[in-house]
Design a protein around this ligand. Structure first.
Ligand code: GLN
Length: 270
């Protein structure tokens, strides 16, 4: 095992031991803890080849989530592929904010724009058993993944998936609209791991602000009287997104920071 840990370490991977254990656990169909306390002595030739290939991919900075095909978010595993943005710990800020704003027991109908793997809406439906929702994405393969995730989290009976360019094919009104739209400026240089996420989930025109403007200019008619719209934002976008929203008639309810203390989430009302 040590050779592989060294190879990953030399390639600049942060916690190579952990990655080796997680890859072995997935290949052997066991848990991280089992590998920790009971490291495997031998691998079959197939397992060995797979492990070698995975280590090579990781050395080229491919994210572990893309190699394993899954990523943990708010304590649950989500299937991910090249067609979905890997769920980020930063986005757990949105979940925390929604759960604090909307207590257990209160029913709600929610809309998730640009659902990707479905990690946001499916987590909320799993945490709030009397909520229902609509999950939208422009990418058919992403919708397929989100549907699979809904099934494995046992929430498929409370969510409808719609292939749509933001609101274009959406019907009805909602107590809550959430979105983690692409918000990175097209000329921004990102860390190599990010190259494995779909461009359409990352980059937006107008310095990263174009999709906030598109969403906010149609959102009002899809919100209930006291409905909320909640965005993930890039850490320097709070001011610009608030300006766009207020110009379009929304009021800022609150701004929330992520665990690293960076601006991460904005909540608006009509
Ligand atoms: N938070 C992601 C990143 O920094 C970007 C996600 C997005 O654009 N919505 O890579």
């Amino acid at each position: 095992m040590k050779d592989y840990v060294d190879r990953l370490g030399m390639a600049g991977i942060d916690n190579p031991m952990r990655d080796v254990r997680l890859m072995l656990a997935a290949i052997l169909g066991t848990t991280h803890e089992e590998i920790l306390f009971n490291p495997p002595q031998t691998l079959t030739p197939e397992q060995h080849n797979k492990f070698e290939a995975w280590v090579d991919r990781r050395c080229r900075q491919e994210p572990l989530a893309k190699i394993l095909g899954k990523k943990e978010f708010w304590g649950r595993d989500f299937k991910v592929t090249k067609d979905t943005l890997d769920p980020r710990p930063d986005s757990e800020t949105l979940i925390e904010v929604v759960l604090n704003l909307m207590p257990l027991g209160q029913s709600a109908r929610i809309l998730d724009l640009g659902t990707g793997s479905g990690c946001l809406i499916l987590t909320l439906l799993a945490e709030r058993p009397n909520w229902t929702g609509v999950a939208v994405d422009f990418s058919p393969p992403a919708l397929t993944i989100a549907q699979e995730n809904a099934q494995s989290l046992h929430v498929s009976d409370r969510v409808v998936f719609v292939h749509s360019d933001w609101f274009q094919a959406v019907d009805g009104i909602f107590d809550l609209i959430i979105a983690n739209p692409p918000y990175i400026a097209r000329d921004e240089v990102l860390p190599p791991e990010t190259l494995y996420d779909p461009d359409s989930a990352l980059f937006a025109d107008d310095g990263g602000l174009a999709d906030y403007r598109k969403i906010l200019s149609c959102a009002a008619e899809f919100l209930t009287f006291q409905g909320l719209i909640l965005f993930e934002i890039g850490c320097h976008q709070a001011k610009s997104v608030t300006e766009i929203a207020t110009t379009l008639g929304f009021n800022l309810v609150s701004l929330h920071k992520d665990l690293a203390g960076r601006d991460r989430c904005l909540v608006f009302m009509k």
